[in-house]
Design a protein around this ligand. Structure first.
Ligand SMILES: [Zn+2]
Length: 364
């Protein structure tokens, strides 16, 4: 028996992924990251490909867009490989598994990249004026107190919850997580330019997917919504062909991020929204699978603690372990039932995408 597909660390996850990919006779390539992990080990994004290089239809499974959320996505990828799901790919189909597109965040238990950037706020056009977020500006000091004592945690949380009482909790979530481009030492920061992970994902798409006509994408996330439930989030609006295709493939549970019904804030710069522009001749049908973990207030506390640790504290010091345990617990529920829910819903989504791709390729 191979044991659990889920891993406790990035290094373990990478080892499991490479082993499962080799057993499944995938071809592998690695994109080395400039930084190192907390254990001093190498970091890289690994890509496993099964099927013809010029396949017309490609299933693309991406883990670790938000670093620490990679515990979930990596487990789903390894499970997919081990189950022999690749045998379901008909002729003309291939699978491209992108493991840990933000390997630094995964290894260091961070949601952001080594540039302190949220990769899903980074895919904007930096030649144009940056999006404004005046509501975040109002809350920026409360997000990030200079010291992280019990007293400052209490007072800063009071400011944020006061904002929620006045404007509603969804407004707080929108203000904080909608993305901001002004506070490089804050959370949900979109950056001032393209991150390593954005450049790497762009390279992978252009190198590996240019021959495709249809791609189906599943991007694994955690941290929003009811514990264990996977919301299928479509970046495109409800009146688009992209959204209608996602519903045709995945069913009516697929929710447009802009509809107001999603657990996600409306945001600019997520990579799934940008994917069709990376490959203009390819039809992209993509969802983010967003698995719920703990209540949003706890997620926000964990993100603020981790942000403080890396901006003001010492990520390798004695206080780091407790904060790292806190953020990991906010994005990965360490129980068999949660992991089982992850795998079951992932398996359904991947099979739906394979069925959709099969039909799309046959119809051409
Ligand atoms: Zn995420």
């Amino acid at each position: 028996m191979a044991g659990s597909p889920f891993s406790a660390t990035y290094a373990e996850a990478r080892g499991r992924f490479l082993k499962a990919a080799k057993t499944a006779r995938a071809s592998l390539s690695a994109y080395a990251h400039p930084e190192r992990g907390p254990d001093g080990g190498d970091l890289s994004t690994d890509v496993a490909w099964i099927g013809p290089a010029d396949a017309q239809g490609v299933l693309v499974l991406v883990s670790g867009t938000h670093g620490v959320e990679g515990h979930c996505g990596s487990g789903a990828q390894v499970d997919w490989l081990r189950r022999g799901e690749a045998a379901r790919l008909g002729s003309g189909l291939a699978v491209c598994l992108v493991h840990a597109i933000n390997p630094y965040g995964f290894a260091w238990s961070r949601r952001v990249t080594h540039e302190n950037v949220d990769l899903n706020r980074n895919f904007i056009d930096f030649a144009r004026p940056l999006p404004e977020n005046p509501e975040y500006d109002r809350l920026a000091d409360a997000v990030k107190p200079a010291d992280w004592s019990a007293a400052t945690q209490t007072t800063s949380r009071r400011v944020l919850l006061g904002y929620a009482r006045e404007n509603g909790f969804p407004a707080l979530v929108q203000a904080l997580s909608g993305g901001q481009y002004r506070h490089s030492d804050g959370i949900f920061y979109g950056g001032q330019g393209e991150t390593w992970s954005r450049r790497t994902l762009t390279t992978i798409f252009r190198e590996r997917l240019s021959a495709a006509r249809d791609i189906g994408v599943i991007d694994y996330h955690t941290g929003l919504g009811p514990e264990g439930y996977a919301e299928q989030i479509v970046s495109a609006g409800p009146d688009t062909d992209e959204y209608r295709r996602a519903v045709a493939w995945h069913g009516l549970a697929a929710i447009s991020m802009t509809s107001g019904d999603s657990v996600s804030a409306k945001l600019a710069g997520d990579w799934l929204d940008a994917a069709p522009r990376l490959l203009p001749h390819v039809r992209v049908t993509g969802i983010a699978l967003e698995y719920g973990t703990v209540p949003s207030a706890e997620v926000m506390d964990a993100l603020r603690a981790d942000n403080w640790l890396h901006v003001h504290g010492d990520p390798t010091g004695p206080g780091a372990a407790a904060i790292k345990a806190q953020i990991r617990a906010a994005f990965y529920i360490d129980t068999d039932i949660w992991r089982g829910m992850v795998l079951g819903q992932s398996l359904i989504a991947t099979r739906q995408a394979v069925a959709g791709l099969t039909q799309a390729v046959a119809a051409r």
